[in-house]
Design a binder for this molecule. Sequence first.
Ligand code: GDP
Ligand code: MG
Length: 676
Amino acid sequence: MTRKYSTSQLRNIGIMAHIDAGKTTTTERILYFTGLTHKMGEVHDGTAIMDWMAQEQERGITITSAATSCEWLDHKINILDTPGHVDFTVEVERCLRVLDGAIFLLDAKEGVEAQTEAVWHQANHYHVPRMIFVNKMDVVGADFYRSIDTIHNRLKANTAVLQLPIGSEKTFDGLVSLIDMKAYYYSGENGQNVTNGPIPEAYLEKSKQYRNKLIETLAEIDDEMMLLYIEDQEISTELIKKVVRKATIDGLIVPILCGSAYKNKGVQNLLDAIINYLPSPLDRPAISGHVHDVLEERKPSEDEPFSALIFKVMTDPYVGRLSYFRVYSGHIKQNGSALNVSKHKKERLSKILDMHANSRTEIAYAGVGDIVAAVGLKYSTTGDTLSDMNAPIELESIVFPEPVISRAIEPKTPGDFDKMNEALVRLTEEDPTLTSYVHPDTGQILISGMGELHLEIILDRLKREFKVGVNSGKPQVTYRESISLPTNVTYELDKQLGTNAIYALVQLDVKPRERGSGHEITVSVKKKNLLKTYINACVEGIEQSLKSGVIGGYEVIDVGVDIVAIDFKEDQSNDVAFITAGSNAITQALKDGQSKLLEPIFSVDVQVPETYMGDVIDDMNRRHGEITNIESNQSGRLIKAITPLSNLFGYATDLRSITRGHGHYTMIFSHFDFVE
Ligand code: GDP
Ligand code: MG
């Protein structure tokens, strides 16, 4: 069985940017020009088809990363639209994990903004090849060259400028392609007709200068190019394209394009560039995963056994539970079975769907590189691996950030209690950054997540999708605990239980670890192998106790626990005894090591006109914020601060009143630190 496209004709891309840079608009235009949608949607009328959830349409933001596919130049492009708001970093993480390439959009007036920078670093982590599209070239204050400066200064990227704008702001007219040295223009009602011609006289000099720069950059990377360059010979368009493609895929350069999605300029060239320069799944390295304890690789090839990663699970009003997955190797057919390696369960994929923004096509087969959704999976959750039944491999899962904020909730009608719980199970399954639990002391139900907006949207969804009205408490910070001093404890369990004596002895060395490093349990017991089951039981007990610390029952982080010694008695020791001893030993160590509360600290970027700078800084000082940097830029001042999240509640409203609506801010989780 085959499919319409070969793997080399696939592009899996994500569109990343700061909020309002134009992700949704650009995606809309891409779908329009690739012929999928015949009516253009605008974000501000709430008709854009990528933003299909009711909340997204009302708030004009993108929350879920809806996957959609389209066709261009005989290629298939899968696009994941990701949200710009930091409360939804999870969407960005999972998107980066399964993509092959990304487009970063900049607002030409602002250049690189805080969220762009944050996501850029996330993308570095995943080694995602990328291009930058300098969007909004038509807006007042747009400046292509200043935007490039911000790319150098803030992202430290090795840029390869492939286009120059013709005109700017109101006069933005088209662009020069430095690859074929032609000017491109867009006509027709929606800019659907692309024409090209000679570069206007006024842009000729600059275009030559930038083309030269491009060739120099490429010559440094490619030997063939270097030779031609030194010998001052003609360099063909084909060679330039080839080298740009290779260097982009290798992460050596970042191609820069420009345009205005809203004014329908440059989008078709962007689509060409996606095909020409971003990798197909075959251009990406093999993926590694665990086969039992051994690390193995799966090449992106149909000949390898099937492996895929589930990166999103959501409940669809029509078909029920949808599990989005990306195939890394091999293939799977409709109605086929696969092993969920992470859950040790066999799953049957009763249907495989190719997802457009709000419609879907059943397909018979999913092969290497495909990003599609399955119906019928019962056990699978985000981050699980699906694998060939006979060649199981577990791919590295997606790492999700920890929740930092929580709210108590209860149903408005007590009879809705079960309905609310069911809804919470569904929502937490969909969203790994959302958790819900019962507070051990108060018995209240708490939901916790990534930020105020995140939880607000959840409350909204409870009401709308699940028809459960809830009363909710104020948002509260979720704390963590950690020790402040190293300590060594020996715990001996020696008890009479009815007629049985039970015995276990555990000795632990416990040390504080660097902030943000999590916890680590090591074993330096002699004769480890002989005592394996007791040691495992001890580790289990320790893990359990680290889930709730000794001060407020918060999760314990950033501690190193070394099991130094254990002792047992032949007839009196068993696993349960060691679970208990491990648990009690670490609890003792947490007390001895003077555990303290840790609170989430955020880094905040505030952009304000000059005149409000003093007031914003005063206010930040009142919030115990530490100002780390103040920068002048086009829009005034950019103030950077590090502030405990607990002092940032309601900041949106306060900043609005301080700056009379002229201030903007973004906040991003930085780290946990001791409460002062
Ligand atoms: P997102 O938050 O990145 O998804 O951004 P949107 O696509 O929602 O765009 C934010 C706002 O900017 C909307 O009002 C768009 O109509 C507008 N916009 C997007 N691209 C452009 C552009 O190229 N030029 C102009 N003038 N406005 C744009
Ligand atoms: Mg959007």
